[in-house]
Write a protein that binds this ligand. Structure first.
Ligand SMILES: Cc1cc2nc3c(=O)[nH]c(=O)nc-3n(C[C@H](O)[C@H](O)[C@H](O)COP(=O)(O)OP(=O)(O)OC[C@H]3O[C@@H](n4cnc5c(N)ncnc54)[C@H](O)[C@@H]3O)c2cc1C
Length: 280
């Protein structure tokens, strides 16, 4: 939007697979609290399309190359586009564990973030599918929302004695038995079933799972990643390669719609500023 309002020619290439596409409602973004992800992105698209120098292209970018004046992007349909600057707003792909039912519940009753979905599940019977520091961190946050918490480590628990004391102090249970299934009805979790055949019912499960970059083009163009797998950026959203910027989840561990919108807004202004410096 910032680039469109600056009369810059922008092409948005989008394959249409945002990470939150399965979640029924998106929360914690002022003015859009509780809307579906699609409602939010449709409204965003309508507002951006109003600016005539912005065009959309539905498709998958598969290759990026450096050219004399900037970059060339090739798509799966074999279309090619050139640009002086590249902004990657490509997000990340969550790597789901290969456990029956997990993917069905993802974003519905298996959730990643207490700020996005915790309020709706407050006071309810809550599982945390994680171990070690991640599990402890989630438990400490969720403890303010419910007093019915069980950590599901699906293997040997990994907490030092200080953390274990705190978990005990707050009556947080730990189950180490391996999980074989997240039994659910249309994504709404009913029971966690363990390898030994036992089952425990939950209303919601938090999960800390790894992620990968959604697009490998930034790395193929030489952009460095951080130790956490985010695209490395400075405080102006610039990557380690001149002319390439990143915003949203691909370069920020604090994954939220508000953060993605904020960093996209900043990137638009920085790119326009850089084009201005080069041309004025
Ligand atoms: C299950 C779930 C629920 C969530 N709920 C909330 C919530 O309630 N509130 C909240 O604030 N946040 C929520 N989030 C976080 C929020 O969805 C993200 O922070 C936000 O979507 C990030 O926006 P983004 O544009 O960076 O990435 P995405 O929304 O993931 O969008 C990236 C886009 O880039 C496209 N793309 C990637 N690679 C290519 C390529 N090579 N060619 C073309 N297109 C490409 C993808 O198809 C996708 O459309 C949730 C996340 C998840 C996973």
């Amino acid at each position: 939007m910032a680039l469109g309002r600056s009369l810059r020619n922008v092409l948005i290439i989008d394959s249409g697979l945002p990470c939150n596409r399965q979640t029924p409602h998106s929360y914690n973004f002022l003015t859009q609290d509780g809307k579906t992800p699609e409602e939010i992105s449709t409204l965003a698209k309508q507002q951006v399309e109003k600016y005539q120098t912005v065009k959309f292209y539905k498709g998958l970018a598969i290759r990026g190359t450096k050219t004399e004046n900037g970059f060339e992007i090739a798509t799966h349909a074999n279309d090619k586009f050139t640009a002086k600057k590249l902004i990657f707003a490509t997000g990340v792909k969550d790597s789901m564990p290969d456990i029956k039912g997990f993917a069905d519940c993802w974003g519905i009753s298996i959730i990643h973030c207490p700020y996005c979905h915790g309020y709706e599940y407050s006071k309810q019977n809550t599982g945390i599918f994680a171990n070690g520091v991640n599990a402890f961190h989630i438990a400490s946050l969720v403890n303010n929302l419910t007093d019915k918490i069980t950590i599901l480590t699906s293997g040997k628990a990994d907490f030092n004695s200080e953390r274990m004391d705190k978990l005990n102090k707050h009556n947080i249970k730990i189950i180490e038995t391996k999980i074989s299934e997240f039994e659910n009805h249309k994504g709404k979790i009913q029971n966690v079933i363990f390898n030994d055949g036992t089952k425990v019912s939950f209303d919601v499960v938090y999960a800390a799972i790894p992620f990968l970059q959604h697009s490998d083009i930034p790395v193929s163009l030489g952009c460095e990643l951080t130790e956490h797998g985010c695209i490395k950026i400075d405080n102006s959203q610039k990557t380690t390669i001149y002319g390439i910027y990143a915003c949203g989840d691909n370069s920020n561990m604090m994954r939220s719609v508000a953060n993605a919108v904020y960093s996209g807004n900043l990137t638009g202004a920085i790119v326009n500023g850089e084009l201005t410096n080069e041309q004025f």
